[in-house]
Ligand binder design. Structure first.
Ligand code: ADP
Ligand code: MG
Length: 337
């Protein structure tokens, strides 16, 4: 188990600032997810941790040791690439030990490590198979096996599941999380998929334009988004952000309790039985859920109702939400309550 620390990491590509003063601590044995939209700096952060890219300024520590100027091989870190990058013509055993032969680890040591790794990952009976003869989950274990056999204490993964279909992706998430916990690995995992991040992470680091928007446990990120960006990025359907004017929802008579420029309310917190008059503008039926867009004043409120409710566009409804479901943000998008 290893900890990772990034201190004041900046990365410039010519005029583009890919990373702007990243400060981050990743606990040993934890599953950390770097989350954010395309181009926000996730891969760059991962590659700087790995040593595949050097920062313009700032430092990288592994277990308190400054590795900023060390080459990748000396960092004790393994990177698992998209689609696992297994060699199709090599069997499982050779795929796992490939890196050791490159590093000239002797045959006896290699055999010992292979046996131990295969045992941990339940791959003993598959060592002679080619990658094409493995399921997706087994391929993932082989890719992890490479990291373990190299005795890497940290495993970095850049969108490893993004080319898989939805069902397989869900199985892989589950299996990967289970393995990470059982083996006590420190994993840093990149994805743009908030569901993936929320379901796997101990710590989610939400990036936006090269800066950390918020770094927190999934439950905290959901319950206490620090900014409107975080509020909208986490959760589907996204949190409502209603414009406020003079203490009211814009264009309405509905007074709010606190001061702010935006009122945030999650669609699942809004009930269809209450005292705030609204008009249903459109509906989206999703089976278990019915997602309604309701006009209140000049604002639209998304409501996540039960799929069994029978409402049509044009219907008049009355809405309500508990006071503790309210989030207030200022004009800069920062949380104020
Ligand atoms: P993400 O992985 O979150 O999609 P990246 O870390 O790949 O984002 O990229 C962050 C920013 O840095 C983007 O604006 C991207 O265009 C830029 N960038 C990444 N790699 C390079 C490079 N080799 N040369 C120039 N710009 C780059
Ligand atoms: Mg990327």
């Amino acid at each position: 188990m290893s900890s990772i620390q990034l201190v004041n990491i900046v990365k410039d590509w010519g005029d583009t600032k890919a990373l702007d003063t990243i400060n981050l601590t990743i606990e040993p044995g934890s599953f950390c997810v770097l989350l954010g939209p395309s181009g926000c700096g996730k891969s760059t952060t991962l590659r700087i941790i790995a040593g595949l890219e050097s920062a313009s300024s700032g430092q990288v520590f592994v277990d308190g040791r400054d590795v900023t100027h060390q080459p990748p091989a000396q960092r004790g870190i393994a990177m698992v690439f998209q689609n696992y990058a297994l060699f199709p013509h090599l069997n499982v055993a050779d795929n796992i030990t490939f890196g050791l032969s490159v590093r000239k680890v002797n045959a006896a040591e290699t055999a010992d490590r292979l046996q131990a790794t295969a045992g941990l990952l339940g791959l003993e009976k598959l060592l002679d198979r080619k990658p094409s003869q493995l399921s997706g989950g087994q391929q993932q274990r082989v890719a992890l096996g490479r990291a373990l056999v190299a005795q890497a204490k940290v495993c970095l993964m850049d969108e490893p599941l993004s080319n898989l279909d939805a069902q397989l992706r869900q199985e892989m998430r589950h299996e990967l999380r289970e393995l990470q916990q059982r083996l006590g690995l420190t994993v840093v995992y990149v994805t743009h998929d908030q569901t993936e991040a929320m379901s796997m992470a101990d710590q989610v680091v939400l990036l936006n334009k090269g800066r950390i928007e918020q770094s927190a446990a999934p439950r905290t990120l959901y319950a206490q988004p620090a900014t409107t960006f975080a509020a909208r990025f986490i959760g589907t359907p996204a949190m409502n952000l209603l414009r406020l004017q003079d203490g009211h929802i814009a264009g309405s008579q509905v007074a709010v309790k606190r001061f702010g420029d935006f009122l945030g309310i999650r669609p699942e917190s809004v009930a269809l039985t209450g005292s705030i008059p609204a008009t249903v503008q459109s509906l989206e039926y999703l089976g278990a859920d019915l997602v309604l867009r309701c006009a209140v004043g000049s604002e639209l409120i998304t409501v996540r109702a039960s799929g069994s409710s029978e409402l049509a566009a044009g219907a008049q409804v009355t809405l309500q939400w508990p006071a503790q479901a309210e989030h207030y943000f200022d004009s800069q998008g920062c949380r104020v309550h």
